[in-house]
Ligand binder design. Structure first.
Ligand code: IMP
Ligand code: MG
Length: 173
């Protein structure tokens, strides 16, 4: 598979985002909320680059429709268990694509009444956006290609690849 982003490039971007978050929230604590399962690796590496009082939680959703034609329907599968009221929440996502997932999650988490909420997305495909949502912290803007690795899957495979690769057209190499 063609490597789009090497593990070194990923590590550099994750360190940069971690330093920025450390600076932006100096003197405050943060709750990092990872979107299962894709954001697991990003959260675990990013957390170690954040020099703040930080706690973790996880949330999971299911999206309907296909990759090309998302229906826009997103369903919550697992909510957070940490009380978020008056907390500084940072939602951690692997990739921002159409924006439907993060729009849903942002609205859902606002219902928990955090003090503040920001979004960190490792990857961003701006050309695919169907609803207006932007991340506050972005690792890389990428073209409209389907990528796998570093947490990102195709039918649950390839999450364990250390680099981010482009999946060939038409499926499994
Ligand atoms: P959105 O709701 O369209 O923004 O989609 C976000 C979700 O779609 C991500 O959390 C991923 O699970 C999935 N996704 C979007 N693009 C890709 C990709 O290129 N590779 C793997 N998963 C992707
Ligand atoms: Mg996924």
């Amino acid at each position: 598979m063609e490597v789009l982003l090497t593990r070194q490039q990923i590590a550099t971007a994750v360190a940069r985002i971690g330093q920025q978050i450390t600076k932006d929230y100096a003197g405050h604590s943060v709750v990092l909320i990872g979107v299962l399962k894709g954001a697991c690796l990003f959260l675990s590496d990013l957390a170690r680059q954040i020099e703040l009082n930080a706690t973790f939680d996880f949330i999971a959703v299911r999206s309907y429709g296909t990759k090309k034609q998302p229906s826009g329907e997103v369903q919550l599968i697992k909510d957070v268990t940490t009380p978020l009221r008056d907390q500084n929440v940072i939602l951690i996502e692997d990739i921002l694509d159409t924006g439907l997932t993060l729009t849903f999650l942002r609205k859902h988490l606002q219902g928990h009444h955090p003090r503040s909420m920001k979004i960190a997305a490792l990857l961003d495909k701006p050309s695919r956006r169907a609803v207006p949502v932007e991340a506050d912290y972005v690792g890389f803007q990428i073209p409209d290609k389907f990528v796998v690795g570093y947490g990102l899957d195709y039918a649950e495979r390839y999450r364990n690849l250390p680099d981010i690769c482009v999946l060939e057209e038409g499926g499994q190499p």
